[in-house]
Design a protein around this ligand. Sequence first.
Ligand code: PMP
Length: 372
Amino acid sequence: PARGDGLHPDDLPIREELRGKSAYGAPQLDVPVQLNTNENPYPLPEPLVERIAERVREAARGLNRYPDRDAVELRTALAGYLTRTTGHPVTTDQVWAANGSNEVIQQLLQTFGGPGRTAIGFEPSYSMHGLISRGTGTHWISGPRAEDFTIDPGAAARAVAEHRPDVVFITSPNNPTGTAVDADTVLALYEAAQAVGPTLVVVDEAYVEFSHRPSLLPLIEGRPELVVSRTMSKAFGAAGLRLGYLAAHPAVVEAVQLVRLPYHLSAVTQATALAALEHTDTLLGYVEQLKDERDRLVAELRALGFEVTESDANFVQFGRFPDAHEAWRKILDRGVLVRDNGVPGWLRVTAGTPAENDAFLDAVRELKKEQR
Ligand code: PMP
């Protein structure tokens, strides 16, 4: 909002490293078809909405008290979910939860990064890894990705050896490209990191439920410096809830408790997340539909003549455009909002409902005709 006095944040005594930076800002435009922020298009089912109301009503009776600071019931339910879906036994003391995986990442950087320390990610990737690094005073290094947006384990390991980071981010499936890594790549990077470490390796699995491949979570076994971060924002269709979590050695969980704010997870958040976890099977059913729609988007975009990056996520990167921003604008003119992540030549579309995806495919079909 314009204040009229022309004062800019840079005119205030803000920290040097924040000067001239822009805030995270996916446009929130009021457009009929919104396929730009990798949200789940399906609203929570009505029985779950009812269950949330019940659980929150119960929690409301105790809101005069602070919530369970360690969110034990919720972490136990999350550990159960991870055990059931990965086949790897995860215990409550291996799980930590916070307000979105963004806060999980912030707590990890506050604990393992910070002034005088360095973090690396392989870009293009999730821009918040770099932004939260800066926000916590951690020096950020942009590591390499191959032409096809996969991680070349050799090149990535060399970057780790050169920069000797304190924290390594591996996003799998990666945002915005959709590409996933296999266990061998994680192990190669973990080894490279330990060779120059001690170094924390964070595997960001925000989109893993949509993947064709299994979770990398079992790799935490016997590797105390490997962390897997997860979220209920995508597969659980609960972006508005703000619930992220991690799985790691119990010592990592103890370590992040040194920086978390007391009572960071409200009783309302804990109650809502617990209700959602009771409906896991229904929600994972929507995930199956979204995976089919994602595969359809890949196939149809290719049939239209677009280049499409292999996707293990609930979104698809497509191109190439001589001017991606102009293409973004033309798709928007047809009532469909996709994402320009600033990857030259490429745009990203989130898998929506079948009708939303049809609207998107109609818009890009017209765009293709225009280009001929
Ligand atoms: N990691 C990745 C790779 C993401 O794309 C996102 C959301 N866009 C997040 C983490 C953060 O999600 P949340 O804070 O909603 O859990």
